[in-house]
Every structure is written in structure tokens, then in C-alpha cells.
Ligand binder design. Sequence first.
Ligand SMILES: Cc1ncc(COP(=O)(O)O)c(C=O)c1O
Length: 501
Amino acid sequence: MSAHGPEEDAAGSLRPEMEPTLWRKSRPGAKGVDPPGVSPERVVSGIPEGLRREIPLSLPELSELGVVRHFTRLSQLNRGVDTHFYPLGSCTMKYNPKVMDRIPEIPGFRDLHPRIDHEGMQGLLDTLHICEESLGSLLGMDAVTLAPAAGAHGELTGILLARRYFESKGDRARTEILIPDSAHGTNPASASMGGFTVHVLPSGTDGGVDLVQLETALSEKTALVMMTVPSTLGNFEKDLPKMVAMVKATGALLYMDGANFNAFIGVLRPGDLGFDIVHINTHKTLATPHGGGGPGSGPVGVKAHLAPFLPSPRIRKDGARYVLESPETSIGPIRSFFGSTLVLLRALGYLRLLGQEGVRRVALYALLNANYLRVLLSGVLPRAGEGLCAHEFVLSAKDLVAQGLHAQDIAKALLDAGYYAPTISFPLIVPEALMIEPTETESKDTLDRFAEDFKRIVTVAQSRPSVLKESPLRTPIARPDEVTAARDPVLTDPLSHPPSL
Ligand SMILES: Cc1ncc(COP(=O)(O)O)c(C=O)c1O
């Protein structure tokens, strides 16, 4: 048996063909739509002479069916959440109800010009205000800004709020941010962009924050302690209440990276735990897929003492109307208009669809699915972290290195078995990490099947490591030079016509 499942080892025979570009499929004279009674000459005659093209428009020529099949085939060359299990830890690619796509399409939202006067967008302001209040109540925070365009943007916003807060108190000594090494990688980057020095806290042997290290690092220079909850090892910090008390005693602020909101939504509230600032990723939890380069949204919630500094404009209810305000104390605008509005509308729609009990079930199923899979895979590869996990867990393929294999080889074999790969080589504190997040939307059958395939692949890795090196055999491209692909991508087909003028 191979690592890939059924008995086939004729390398290449399973590899789907690359889909040719539209230019290669183009045939002169092929047409998409040919509306009756509308001749090109008639259309052209309606355009003033001086505005007509001198050089014909250079476009591939295809039938409508040819175009539909091209894009459908392209979409199927990938492992996507609509077709495959996608256990990409830290990136939460879960199924999102398609009905949510309808909300941004509602003409009242879709057709609103962003520069219209606020009097003409009362409906949108009302909706965004409800969204702020809903998130504030789920987070246990006094005020929320919807402006940040991504998780990391939310972090930067939170950090700028902390800076302005200490400036307003005349405290300029707080120049440091403490960040555990199990925090998300964007945290130190955002802290540094926000003008702070980053002090990394090494984890203890159980993967949690080491309280002695925290105590030693805390000083009158500490502005903020940034915690990723659950941590990137997929653990809830067991000493969190003690840590909160230690940080508060120094006058520093506490920041929660709550991007993994699906691990605790409706179950615990960062504000109740003592956090001053929290950001979430709506594009991980609330009906917008993460990744793919699409728009994200990283709302930030704060306690009352930080509310005066929130980005402008602020939406304020004034009687029955909404007005926009830019308070003097604000850190100013951080994003055009009101943030990624259409993503926020999906988020609010999803919250309303689920209701209070439904959002709680999101977290409970995320935790249940991850722990179920964790138990199924226990003993297959060593795990980083102990006890129950949160919504994800991290295995290490370090024992396979002696066989010449890496986490990547397991990931490539999983592609052949019909899955998107787990996140690999992250978090950095785990050698040969495989970070697995089943998400709340997967069924027991899918998890059982994945566990069986994962086990089979690890068995093959241990007994016949060279087989894994052949993977993947079922993807159009096997193992590209990833550095060249990222740094020097070839994005044009030499056959394509030069762009027309
Ligand atoms: C825990 C955590 N924090 C922050 C981020 C950064 O979010 P974004 O990619 O939207 O900037 C992510 C991204 O997945 C994350 O998992």
C-alpha cells in the first residue's frame, strides 16, 4: 500500500493536467453571448467618433461554456473548504453558510456610495452600531471599533491606543511590550511597528507562560502584555488569573489576541478576565473565510478607560439619529470609511443567525472536535502541550527527521489523501510542527477518516520513508521551489497577447 491510499504508484498517472490559460483556449470568432438584435456596428455607432478605439480590444475569444468550464476546473485543482477537509491550524478555514453572501448583496448596502453624507446612510450606521454593541457584549468590552482591516491591523490599533493612553497620563517611561514566545507571530511585529521594544517571554516546560519569567520581565517600563488566547500551541493558559493580577499590579495594560474567537465565543469574555484590549478576526470566526487575499476585519474592543482614544470617526447615537464624531483624544483614522463593511455585515448576520445559544455552540463544537481529533491521534506523533487542547493542537514530526523526513512530507502526503494540509513549521517553538485545527463545522465521520489517513501516512513514513518523498502525486504541481515561487513568480502566459491600449 502506498501513502496515498489506493494501490497506484504509476507516478504521474494521477496528476491532474494543468488547465491551459484562456489565451491558449481562445479560438477566433468564438463568442460568449450574442444578444439578438444587437450588432457590434450598432453599438459602436452609438459611441462618439473621437472616443472609439483605434486598435481592436485584445481579449481571448471563447464560448460561455468554455469560460464556465475553465474556471470550474481551475477551482477544482486546489484543495478548498467546499471540497475538502481543511485542518489549517491558526487559519480557521471552516465552512461558512453561503446565505451570508446575500447580506452584502442587499441593494441598500451594496449600492451605498461611501462618500454620501451620514444623513443618507443612517441604515448602515444603525447596522454598524448594532455590530459594535453585539461584539462588545460578546467580548465583555465597553466600546468597539470596527475599523481595522485585519487581525494584525487590529493589533497595531490596540498598541497605538495603549501608547496614547499612557501619553495622556504623562507616562512616557513605558516603552516595552512583553509577548510570550507562544504568541502569534504578528504580535511582535505589530508591537515593533507601534514604536515599542519587544521583550519575548520564554514558555515553561508545559508550553504555558512561565510566571517567574513574567515576574522578572515586568517593570515600570512595561506598557502592555500581549497574550494570544488560546496560545499558538492551542492551550488556554492555566495561570491566566494569576498573570492578570501580576500585570495589573504594575499598572501595565493587558492585550488579548482573540483572533481564535471560535475557541471561546459565547463561553468566556476577555473583559471579564481582566483584559483591557482585545482584537478578533471576523474572517476566522464570523462567516468570512480566512486567507486567499480577500478582505478581512479585525475589530478591537476596549475597556472604558481606552474608549476616548478609539479611531475616528466614531458612530454615536444622538436621539433617533446617528452622527459621526472625531474626538480630539482619538488616535485618528486608521482605515478608510468604516472598515471592511461588507465583511462586518456578514459577521453580524452570522451572529444573528446563530443567536446566543448558537454562538456558544460554535465554541463548544470547536473545542470538542479538536479534542476528539487530538485523542484519535494521540501516540501517532508527539504533541506539544499537555492535557485538553482548545480549538487546535500541535504535533511534532521531529522523530521522523532521522528518516530524512519533515513535517512538510506528511503535509504533502495528506494532499494526496484528499485533504488540505495542516499548518506546518508554526509555531516556531515546536520543531517540525503540524498544527491541526478541525474547526466546529466538521462531522465526526470526516474527523475519523482524517485520523485513519493520518495514521496510515505516519506508518508509511516510519517504514518506507522514500514513499513519502514522492508525494504529492495527485496535484497538478508537486513540489515547487517555494522561495522562487514566492519571490519570482511567473504570473503571465508567454502566449497571452500584450495588454491592449
Ligand atoms: C492568533 C492570530 N493572531 C493574529 C493573526 C493575524 O491576523 P491577520 O492575518 O488577519 O492579520 C492571526 C492570523 O491568522 C492569528 O491566527
